[in-house]
Structures are given as structure tokens and as C-alpha cells.
Design a protein around this ligand. Structure first.
Ligand SMILES: CC(C)(COP(=O)(O)OP(=O)(O)OC[C@H]1O[C@@H](n2cnc3c(N)ncnc32)[C@H](O)[C@@H]1OP(=O)(O)O)[C@@H](O)C(=O)NCCC(=O)NCCS
Length: 136
């Protein structure tokens, strides 16, 4: 996979089970979708186990309602030694509408793990060609 482009990782519909006691979409559900997306891309990049180390700069910019189509995109900002920093973006389409609206964004730092669950170099399992092109 190329590591520079923004990729669609998941798409789902917000349903009543995803709401808080006031009937609004639960922010924790959105964070969970974002963490799963970051983990999915990070695990592919590292070719193995990863863990979420830090989440920052999360902003909920547009309310999400039951019936909205929710899409989660990932973009690799940086690959460090053992860490990967991903920007995760959530967009929505209101029921019956085509316009895709920005809703949420956040920064996720994921760490590649060895068999002892300790940090290990992200590129450890990359081929020389992958290292040369920064493509996993
Ligand atoms: C992930 C874990 C193995 C990392 O171990 P650690 O000893 O804290 O890691 P290190 O201090 O060696 O840092 C590892 C990398 O993360 C980066 N990092 C550490 N703390 C960071 C922070 N607060 N923000 C951003 N990056 C951070 C380091 O710079 C390093 O990156 P680099 O190698 O690319 O330079 C360990 O903290 C852990 O197991 N945490 C629990 C993970 C978890 O359960 N996540 C799910 C939450 S429910």
C-alpha cells in the first residue's frame, strides 16, 4: 500500500444502538471507529501487532444523527522508528443526500509491537524495495 494517500477504511450507518441517553450519537462510538481504522492501517504498515499509544486533537465538528452514512478515512502523517502517526477523518452523508460533510478528525499514534508486546521498528518486516519506496 502507498502510505501517502488518504484511504477509505470503513463505512457504516449510525443506528439507534449508537446513541447516548439523550438520543444523540455517542462520541465514544465514533472514537472506536477511528481507533479501529487507525489500527487497521497501522497493522498493515507494520505487518503485525500494533497498539494505540496516543490520541490527540480530536474535534467533533458536525453533529452525527441516526441514519447518517459514516465514512472513516486514514492518512499516514509520519512513520517514525516504532511509531506511526495517522490522521483519521470521519465524514457523513445525511439520509437521502449526496453531499459528503466533514464531521470529526483526530490524530492517532500507533506503535508496532514485538512478540513480547514491546515496541519494535515499523519497517522491520519490510522488504528492501518497500523500504526504498516507503511503501508497505
Ligand atoms: C504501546 C507501548 C508498548 C509503548 O511502549 P513505551 O515504552 O511507552 O514506548 P516508547 O516510549 O518506546 O515509545 C514508542 C514510540 O511511541 C512514541 N510515543 C510515546 N509516547 C508518545 C506520546 N504520548 N505521543 C506520541 N508519541 C509517543 C515514541 O516517540 C516512540 O516512537 P518512535 O519509536 O517512532 O520514535 C506501551 O505504552 C503499552 O503497552 N501501552 C498500552 C497500549 C494499549 O493498551 N493501547 C490500547 C488502549 S485501550
Amino acid at each position: 500500500m502507498s502510505i501517502k494517500e488518504r484511504v477509505l477504511v470503513s463505512r457504516t450507518i449510525a443506528v439507534p444502538a449508537d446513541t447516548n441517553p439523550w438520543g444523540d450519537i455517542f462520541g465514544g462510538w465514533i472514537l472506536s471507529l477511528m481507533d479501529i481504522a487507525a489500527g487497521s492501517i497501522a497493522a498493515r504498515l507494520a505487518k503485525g501487532s500494533i497498539a494505540t499509544k496516543a490520541i490527540s486533537d480530536v474535534t467533533f465538528d458536525t453533529p452525527i444523527f441516526v441514519g447518517d452514512e459514516v465514512s472513516v478515512y486514514a492518512e499516514v502523517e509520519k512513520i517514525g522508528n516504532t511509531s506511526m502517526t495517522l490522521n483519521i477523518y470521519v465524514t457523513i452523508k445525511r439520509k437521502g443526500q449526496d453531499e459528503e460533510l466533514h464531521a470529526v478528525k483526530g490524530k492517532f499514534v500507533m506503535v508496532a509491537l514485538n512478540e513480547n508486546r514491546r515496541p519494535r521498528p515499523v519497517r522491520e518486516k519490510w522488504t528492501d524495495a518497500e523500504k526504498a519506496n516507503e511503501v508497505a
